[in-house]
Design a protein around this ligand. Structure first.
Ligand code: PMP
Length: 420
């Protein structure tokens, strides 16, 4: 039987010609480990898709979700509806913002948080009498999800190819050059730019750390031109960078912060935009007759997803998991540093947060574009899951790992490289 007749499941970001009939079916998870259907144990070197920060199999979250589903399984928060977990979660997330009075718009994931932030930015300016402020700027290598707006402002060309025209008023600037952002704002016209989208550490684009002073500089440039600074912390929050939001590692004040993934440790889908008080102000005038944000996904404020998030937040607090990202960053960087000596490796990027990118040498990659995928498989054969991304592989293990797991990860990559 041909592979394509085996199963109907169409995998995201996958060569289905290669995947069909050769799936890695994961059936169980426990702490930083997951298990294949044949019982093989793998170190989850990527925390699934950068989200299982608390590790797998956390009973506290499963129990909280089960309790919530027995009480109220589902209800919407459109209009004047609310439910207790959504209310509590919004307040707890708002408190993570640097200034009081932030508002929280809940959704189902990172991509819809990005679309929400973009639409909030545009509506905010429309309400201020600046309807021409619609332009959105992202960064090279940036990844902001696969919804319409997030795709448009993404900085990974392959993700835009073949889809035809995307959002018209969007552009991208080099990821490491604050002056280039200012030049782009001036080129477009400062009174036409609504927002700049910025991952503190770029994740899916291949793990790119911000140059010293970069985030402070772009935040200042945005503020000076009245452009909203949106910190996309979908990956960076909840301990990945050793702080609650990720952007709060630097002395900058974002106008909006997008989160998802680690907020539930990935256990149920949930994303959110944390909106600074002054950005949300036009929509909260204190009396009826306010502008209505006609926007919101069906599962915004889903009580079971919010219950999962509340249970995850409790675990982050109780076990001091947030600080772990920072404690683990140096050991991970040290363990991976020797890989830079391998002839196929161009660069190892690590040291800010518990994530790293191992990038192949440009010539080696030009000669053999399949290297990232081959290293992924070589590591997998050694019991470690990593992701081929950009020009190399990325790792972002659960924050419940210790030195032992870091050593397992580094050894699998070193042996995998040697085997290539
Ligand atoms: N922003 C960033 C920084 C992300 O890494 C991702 C997902 N990898 C997204 C947005 C999109 O999130 P989702 O896949 O939940 O839509």
């Amino acid at each position: 039987m041909r592979g394509s007749e085996l199963n109907a499941l169409w995998h995201p970001f996958a060569d289905m010609g290669a995947v069909d009939g050769a799936r890695l079916v994961i059936t169980r998870g426990e702490g930083p480990w997951v298990f294949g259907e044949d019982g093989t144990r793998y170190l989850d070197g990527t925390a699934a898709l950068w989200y299982a920060n608390l590790g797998h199999g956390r009973r506290e979250i499963a129990d909280a979700v089960a309790r919530q589903m027995r009480e109220l399984d589902a209800y919407s928060i459109f209009g004047d509806f609310a439910n207790p977990p959504a209310l509590e979660l919004a307040d707890r997330l708002a408190a993570l913002m640097p200034a009081p009075g932030a508002k929280v718009f809940l959704g189902s994931g990172g991509g819809d948080a990005i679309d929400t932030a973009a639409k909030v930015a545009r509506r905010h300016f429309a309400e201020l009498g600046q309807p021409d402020r619609v332009h959105l700027i992202g960064r090279g290598h940036g990844y902001h999800g696969t919804h319409g707006i997030g795709t448009s402002i993404g900085g990974i060309p392959a993700n835009l190819a073949g889809f035809g025209p995307m959002l018209e008023h969007a552009s991208s600037v080099p990821h490491d050059d604050a002056a280039a952002l200012e030049a782009e704002i001036v080129r477009v016209g400062p009174d036409r730019v609504a927002a700049f989208f910025c991952e503190p550490v770029i994740g899916a684009g291949g793990v790119h750390l911000p140059p010293d002073g970069y985030l402070e500089a772009v935040a200042e440039i945005c503020a000076r031109h009245g452009v909203l600074f949106v910190a996309d912390c979908v990956i960076c929050a909840f301990g990945r960078l050793g702080t609650w939001l990720g952007i709060d590692r630097w002395p900058v004040t974002p106008d909006m912060v997008t989160i998802a993934k680690g907020v539930t440790s990935g256990t149920l889908p949930l994303g959110a935009v944390l909106v600074a008080a002054d950005v949300a102000a036009p929509f909260f005038p204190g009396e009826a007759g306010a502008p209505v944000l006609r926007h919101g996904p069906t599962y915004a404020g889903h009580p079971a997803c919010c219950a999962a998030a509340l249970a995850a937040l409790d675990l982050y607090e109780r076990d001091d998991v947030i600080a772990r990202g920072r404690e683990l960053e140096a050991p991970l960087a040290e363990a991976l540093a020797p890989l830079a000596g391998h002839e196929l490796v161009g660069e190892v990027r690590a040291g800010t947060g518990f994530l790293a990118g191992v990038e192949f040498d440009a010539d080696a990659l030009a000669a053999e574009p399949g290297l990232p995928g081959r290293l992924q498989l070589a590591a997998r054969e050694r019991g470690v899951l990593v992701r081929p991304l950009g020009r190399g592989v990325a790792v972002s293990p659960p924050l419940v790992c210790g030195q032992e797991e870091i050593d397992v990860l580094a050894a699998a990559l070193a042996e995998g490289l040697a085997a290539l």
